[in-house]
Design a protein around this ligand. Structure first.
Ligand SMILES: Nc1ncnc2c1ncn2[C@@H]1O[C@H](COP(=O)(O)OP(=O)(O)OP(=O)(O)O)[C@@H](O)[C@H]1O
Length: 417
């Protein structure tokens, strides 16, 4: 089932699928490569094709041991493809799904690698905008590092920006993956380098805890938590590591570390983390995961547009109709930026407080009545926000509205916060 991609590449076998396309194991003049073939409907979008060509230099320019380099761009008939370095291994999401949580040393080693890759990108004026475990590849052929971690490489640079063309979205819409979205994006500010730091700190928290600090439930609730809630400490986490996490999850972008500092500080912590096992943290109360969207959906004006069950992570695919065949992961969302009063509404009492193993479960029978009263009280605020969340509307309409368009991240968003 080999197929030609342009005149120089042959795709042999599917490695995986994402919302924007399919990644193939391929062969080029210089050996094996990974080829990301964008979905046909994207490939036939003339604006995206010209953007693809315009972005050539930015996409091809990044070279770093912890970045998956894009080697070539192919525009050929119906094919639109990015040719990348082939990473022989797995992605961080797959590892996390398998192990549930990582020991602090391994988690920090992986995140330090990604921070170094980000530092190179930020120095070149490139903001990633979609840092998450799915976009971190682990090179199983590379040398084992601290905590037995394989080298980690950040991939999908520039893809969010490519898809996020002015015709597809507007300045008032959010594009990204809800669990990892920095509060300033939720508030409608242009993405700067510090959004990548926030997302990477979220990844670190997730590697340690097994869940993200503000995730769970309806995407609108996730966005609200990024803006209004503070991160809850993880039982047993070494204090120095916790302080670093808190700093990088700061609501104020300027308070976060730069990528190069984060990488260096994490590496300094590695020796003291050696030998510490995965943190003993239970999943936060599962009740909220199911109840919150249900109540939001039944609140006045708060119905989800599709009536589909609201899923645990993320919301809707990045592109219309995307249904990754070999993945049930939810990745991207596109929503209207909530108004300040919508963000303020219903903020309290929804934090996903991690429990030390054996501690009373907040959703246990004795707490359920209180929790239910609390959620009913929150209903009005949540309904206002959920009504504001036009999940996927621009996707189905094509988003040709108004168009002040998002800023070009390279031009308007300096790499330094
Ligand atoms: N350079 C690469 N080398 C080897 N495998 C890769 C490479 N890039 C991606 N893959 C694999 O291909 C699969 C799909 O990747 P892709 O980037 O399309 O989707 P994703 O990042 O998981 O999701 P989404 O694009 O929706 O955010 C992933 O499972 C990843 O492991």
């Amino acid at each position: 089932m080999a197929r030609k991609i342009g005149s120089r590449y042959t795709a042999h076998q599917i490695l995986g699928r994402g919302s924007a396309g399919t990644v193939w194991l391929g062969e080029g003049p210089e050996g094996p490569v990974a080829i990301k073939l964008l979905r046909e409907d994207l490939a036939s979008d003339q604006e995206l094709v010209s953007r693809f060509v315009q972005e050539r230099t930015a996409l091809l320019g990044l070279e770093h041991p912890h970045v998956v380099s894009v080697r070539d761009l192919v525009v050929d008939g119906n094919d639109l493809a990015l040719v990348m370095d082939l990473v022989r291994g797995t992605d961080l999401r797959t590892r996390l799904d398998r192990e549930r949580r990582l020991a602090p040393e391994a988690a920090v080693a992986v995140v330090a690698d990604v921070a170094d890759g980000l530092a190179a990108a930020h120095a070149a004026g490139v903001v990633h905008r979609d840092v998450k475990p799915e976009n971190v590849l682990l090179d199983m052929q590379g040398p084992l590092g601290p905590g037995g971690a394989h080298p980690a490489l950040l991939t999908d640079f520039g893809v969010a920006k490519l898809i996020d063309t002015p015709r597809r979205t507007r300045a008032t819409k959010i594009i990204g993956t809800p669990d990892y979205l920095a509060p300033e994006i939720v508030e409608g500010l242009p993405p700067r380098a510090s959004v990548d730091i926030y997302a990477l700190a979220t990844v670190l928290y997730e590697l340690l805890a097994g869940f993200t600090p503000f995730g769970g439930g309806h995407p609108g609730a996730v966005l609200r938590r990024h803006v209004t809630e503070t991160v809850v400490p993880l039982p047993g986490i070494p204090d120095e590591l916790w302080q670093l996490l808190v700093q990088c999850l700061a609501k104020a972008p300027a308070s976060r570390l730069r990528a190069s500092e984060l990488g260096a500080r994490l590496r300094e912590l590695l020796p003291m983390l050696a030998g510490i096992g995965p943190l003993d943290v239970d999943e936060p109360d599962a009740e909220r995961e199911t109840d919150e969207p249900e109540e939001a959906a039944t609140a006045p004006g708060g119905a989800t547009p599709t009536g589909e069950p609201v899923r645990r992570r993320g919301a809707v695919p990045l592109v219309p109709g995307a249904k990754p065949a070999d993945s049930n992961r939810d990745t991207h969302t596109s929503m209207r930026v909530p108004a300040p009063d919508e963000l303020a509404g219903g903020a309290r009492g929804t934090a996903r407080a991690p429990r030390a193993s054996g501690a009373p479960r907040p959703g246990s029978a004795r707490n359920r009545a209180t929790a239910r009263r609390r959620r009913l009280a929150l209903g009005v605020g949540a309904a206002a926000l959920v009504a504001a969340v036009g999940v996927g509307t621009w996707l189905t309409t094509g988003g040709d509205e108004g168009d002040t368009g998002p800023q070009d991240t390279r031009d308007s968003a300096p790499a330094s916060p």
